[in-house]
Design a protein around this ligand. Structure first.
Ligand SMILES: Nc1ncnc2c1ncn2[C@@H]1O[C@H](COP(=O)(O)OP(=O)(O)O)[C@@H](O)[C@H]1O
Ligand SMILES: C[C@@](O)(CCOP(=O)(O)OP(=O)(O)O)CC(=O)O
Length: 422
């Protein structure tokens, strides 16, 4: 029955991996990510019929789910497995919040959920962390609908539990970027330990206990560095690529340990460079990240570098920049960083959005990210992806020409300060 409660809408941004992918799946090992200004929106409403209706812009039609014991079953669909697969992240998020409610003695929520996403084009993902953003947005929307007041860290933790239930190999870096927004340094918790904590202490217990390995720290955005994103047009399966790492008798070997140590070192250098506004050092770390990923790819035979991703990186280096795949590779997208002219930081913008709390971010209110220094619309060579640029850069035009020749499409997006709202 509808009581006329207004819909609850929560958004979560997509992300890019600046450095540290693959190595970050090892608990406690660092990566740097940045959120982008393309988002997933989850809207939760009072149920219009029996059970829970889930609609998504990835599905031809909404799917109705009816509660059967602990779980939910789809009704009226030809291929139930497909519905479960396509809505796996929405359902896992719903399950996790439902479990928390049950621990508080509350019944399973009655609601409908609608997901819309700017992280794919006609159903083909860009590789901007849509699964993570869907999970974070759904957790936040369902929890808010049920009247739960959660901190950013609690929302991240619930999202990580939901995602680890589907695949504990994932680092959750996407979830952290979607939760806190901005540029972050991230270390993953030990997912096996966290899932064990849930088994022993329940979801509420897992929200309260320390998570060994986990850390998230806000980093300042780099002034005078343009962040360009190129899309290969080919979707890649992160789960399969990361499973490759686990399948091959390579994980835990000396070359793997060397890769993890080298990655930690270059991530530290990149974080230092961001903290000190050292543009050449930042670009140098990203070039190192590309080389380490290439070596990993060769040694472990993963298929990270496709011809398009190699061309994307070569083009950026040819114009004096630095580039690498973002995330697991095998398709999806890559990033290029280019030094561009920049002005000294402007005074704080008057209506800076409320920045989510974060550790370092975690206990305190975060300081606002740097002011919006986006290139003015209409300026020669201007576009939307500068992180701190104030002028046009011919290098960016050259990069885009080279990308076009290699079939790499520039994505019109830029770093986003905002994460997911409570
Ligand atoms: N709009 C959406 N609605 C519902 N689920 C989505 C949506 N976008 C992504 N997902 C979930 O995320 C999965 C894709 O995750 P993944 O392959 O990791 O992509 P990405 O690289 O963008 O994170 C989809 O199979 C689906 O389960
Ligand atoms: C290999 C990884 O370190 C990075 C994968 O990043 P992708 O961006 O490829 O994946 P999604 O977040 O699912 O879009 C695995 C991980 O950190 O979980």
């Amino acid at each position: 029955m509808t009581t006329g409660r207004p819909p609850v809408v929560r958004r979560a941004p997509g992300k890019l991996f600046v450095a540290g992918e693959y190595a970050v799946v090892e608990p406690g090992n660092p990566a740097i990510l940045v959120a982008v200004d393309r988002r997933v929106t989850a809207t939760v409403t009072e149920p219009a019929g029996d059970g829970t209706l889930v609609s998504s812009d990835l599905l031809a039609a909404p799917v109705r789910w009816l509660r059967r014991g602990e779980g939910l079953d789809p009704v009226g669909v030809e291929d139930a497995d497909r519905a479960r697969r396509e809505l796996a992240h929405v359902l896992a998020a719903l399950r996790t919040v439902t479990r928390l409610l049950a621990e508080h003695g509350r019944p399973a929520p009655e609601l409908d959920i609608a997901i819309s996403s700017e992280l794919h084009q006609d159903g083909v993902k860009f590789g901007l962390g849509s699964s993570g953003a869907v999970t974070v947005a759904t957790v936040a929307a369902v929890a808010a609908h049920c009247g739960l007041t959660l901190s950013a860290e609690e929302r991240y933790r619930l999202a990580l539990l939901a995602s680890a239930e589907l695949d504990p190999k994932g680092s959750g870096g996407d979830l952290a970027a979607s939760t806190w927004g901005g540029w972050i340094a991230y270390r993953a918790p030990d997912r096996a330990a966290v899932l064990d904590l849930v088994r022993r202490r329940g979801v509420a217990g897992a929200l309260a206990e320390p998570w060994p390995g986990f850390e998230v720290r806000r980093l300042p955005p780099p002034p005078g560095v343009a962040l360009e994103v190129g899309w290969t047009g080919t979707p890649a399966s992160t789960t399969e690529l990361v499973s490759g790492l686990h399948r091959r008798a390579w994980r835990g070997t000396p070359p793997h340990r060397r890769f993890v140590a080298a990655s930690a070192d270059l991530v530290r250098a990149a974080a230092d460079a961001l903290e000190h506004g050292d543009r050449p050092a930042l670009l140098d770390s990203v070039r190192r990240a590309r080389r380490e990923l290439a070596r990993l790819d060769e040694e472990a035979g993963l298929g990270v570098f496709t011809p398009a991703l190699t061309a994307l990186c070569d083009a950026a280096e040819a114009v004096g920049g630095a580039a690498k795949p973002s995330g697991a590779g095998g398709g999806d997208c890559g990033i290029a960083l280019l030094e561009v002219p920049h002005a000294p930081a402007a005074p704080e913008a008057p209506d800076t959005p409320d920045t989510p709390d974060a550790p370092d971010i975690r206990a305190t209110r975060a300081t606002p990210d740097a002011p919006d220094t986006r290139t003015a619309p209409g300026a020669a060579g201007s576009h939307n992806s500068h992180s701190g640029a104030t002028g046009a850069s011919p290098d960016i035009d050259h990069l885009r020409e080279r990308w076009a020749a290699a079939g790499v499409r520039p994505l019109d997006l830029r770093p986003a300060t905002e994460g997911n709202e409570e």
